[in-house]
Design a protein around this ligand. Structure first.
Ligand SMILES: [Zn+2]
Length: 125
């Protein structure tokens, strides 16, 4: 972990939320857990493996989902009723994709934050 160089006359920091005195190198307040400043991304081996595995598997899943998705046949169909089914299926898939991405982003942020939080506390104490 790199220590951020600080001027020697740096005033003691206090947590903006609970006014607990904190070290300038703390990423989180040890008293209330408030984020004090931007924590670096975790570069641990576990995180790396997880990101690499996710990056390999996700496009494969996406490809299989799209290539095997039956909605394409419906959209291309000459029958207006079948076309409507295909369009509804496409809209549902679009909404589902957006929700999945949103959930994944929230989950990743929480996972990264909690792992950095534990590292920050270990370094702080
Ligand atoms: Zn606090």
């Amino acid at each position: 972990m790199d220590n951020v160089p600080l001027p020697p006359s740096a005033p003691p920091m206090i947590c903006p939320q609970c006014h607990f005195p904190v070290q300038p190198e703390y990423y989180y307040c040890p008293n209330c857990g408030k984020s004090l400043h931007e924590a670096p991304l975790s570069t641990s081996l576990g995180t790396q493996l997880w990101i690499y595995a996710f990056s390999i598997i996700l496009p494969i899943i996406a490809f299989l989902a799209v290539s095997r998705w039956p909605g394409v046949k419906y959209i291309k169909s000459a029958d207006p009723e079948a076309q409507q089914i295909g369009v509804i299926a496409a809209v549902l898939m679009g909404i589902s994709t957006i929700v999945s991405f949103w959930l994944a982003i929230v989950w990743i942020q929480q996972t990264v934050q909690s792992s950095v939080n534990s590292v920050g506390n270990l370094g702080g104490y």
